[in-house]
Design a protein around this ligand. Structure first.
Ligand code: FAD
Length: 352
């Protein structure tokens, strides 16, 4: 039996909840469909020692400051999960968990949202499915012949899984640095960190707050036709959260250049040197999870969908939220998703 809602939000992570907050304020009838069994979005799947790169009060969704975590300047992933679960309850957001959306289709003046638990007809859809379910693995010779274990950020949990091993961590972003530090600070593990270019640490007094401010200034400059301010690219990539700082200051976080191939028992560099390894952890990023939108036939560059702000350029009843700067400056962060969520809901309310 087909159900009806003014708006269906696909995804109940931070982006979907921020949309829900604004839909509630606009008095619209909506439903949030989320594939996970519990609140927290991807935060509930992240590794044990992961910490935010911004302090709690700078990692808040609209309407509710994230409370500080006792003893932690930068809260851990478990604290974020608790905050999101509380947020869902506090604003009485209608999230239906354990509900995977498989397809969104046009259906006359409505959009049809086909989920594994039923079908919804909606005036508008907000897609907030994140990237966690689309880990990116680069094409490197030998990847299929390497006999060791290959993990991605999404399946790394803790050094305890790598005891007495040589582990190679690939990637010069925050995930790579935090996982390399996590392993390097554990004496039971030998770790080699490799990056495509020398890692760029932000100054110790710069954290996610500055990244958000710079990303916003860039968007404002672009929106008002001023020249590109280059955004955070000029600042660096890695926030020196406590574990990264300790490992770096102990000289345990020196990166080597990226290897050129995997061998059966390890890796090989361009100069022919080799190293044996039991595990490779690919901290090589993600792609947006958009397969449910395929029936709409929307196209954009690099696997994105062409948008004006959050609105799909070729389907005005569809908004995309939380996927990265292409859907709003810093919109893939807790503090950055609130504004594009508000703007998307205002546009939907005005659709009439
Ligand atoms: P997600 O949190 O991934 O939530 C998407 C939800 O959609 C999930 O619940 C999923 O089950 C659901 N879903 C997916 N597909 C479907 C479907 N077809 N049908 C129904 N439901 C579906 N951000 C910060 O603000 N501060 C940080 O310090 C920070 N550190 C980070 C560290 C790492 C290692 C990573 C990977 C990211 C970090 N981020 C940080 C970014 C932030 O965690 C993510 O970008 C954020 O989780 C995105 O939120 P989201 O709601 O868009 O997606």
């Amino acid at each position: 039996m087909t159900q009806h809602a003014d708006v269906v939000v696909v995804g109940g992570g931070q982006a979907g909840l921020a949309a829900g907050y604004h839909l509630r304020r606009q008095g619209l009838d909506f439903m949030i469909l989320d594939a996970d069994p519990a609140p927290g979005g991807s935060w509930q799947h992240m590794w044990d020692s992961l910490h935010l790169f911004s302090p709690a009060e700078h990692s808040s969704l609209p309407g509710r400051l994230m409370p500080a975590q006792a003893g932690e300047t930068y809260p851990d992933a478990g604290h974020v999960v608790d905050y999101l679960a509380d947020y869902e309850k506090r604003y009485d957001l209608p999230v239906q968990h354990n509900t995977r959306v498989n397809a969104v289709r046009r259906d006359g003046d409505r959009l049809l949202v086909e989920a594994d638990t039923g079908t919804w007809r909606a005036r508008a859809v907000i897609s907030a499915t994140g990237t966690w379910s689309r880990p990116f693995l680069p094409t490197i010779p030998g990847r299929s012949t390497f006999a060791g274990r290959q993990l991605h950020t999404v399946n790394y949990r803790s050094p305890a899984d790598c005891t007495d091993q040589h582990v190679i961590v690939v990637g010069g972003g925050n995930s790579g640095a935090q996982i390399a530090a996590d392993l390097a600070l554990d004496s039971r593990v030998e770790v080699t960190w490799v990056t495509q270019r020398p890692p760029r640490f932000l100054a110790d007094d710069i954290d996610g707050r500055a990244l958000f401010d710079v990303a916003t200034a860039r968007r404002r400059a672009l929106d008002s036709g001023r020249s590109d301010t280059d955004g955070v690219a000029s600042l660096g990539d890695i926030v020196a959260v406590p574990a990264v700082r300790s490992a770096r200051n102990a000289g345990l976080l020196a990166a080597k250049p990226m290897f050129t191939a995997l061998t059966e028992d390890g890796v090989q560099w361009a100069d022919g040197t080799r190293a044996r390894a039991a595990t490779v952890v690919w901290c090589t990023g993600f792609r947006p999870a958009l397969s449910h939108l395929a029936p709409l036939g929307l196209r954009g560059r690099r696997g994105h969908i062409a948008t004006h702000g959050t609105r799909a350029a070729d389907e005005p009843r569809l908004h995309l939220l939380g996927y990265g700067d292409w859907t709003g400056p810093a919109s893939a962060t807790l503090i950055g998703v609130g504004r594009p969520a508000r703007d998307a809901v205002r546009e939907i309310a005005a659709l009439g």
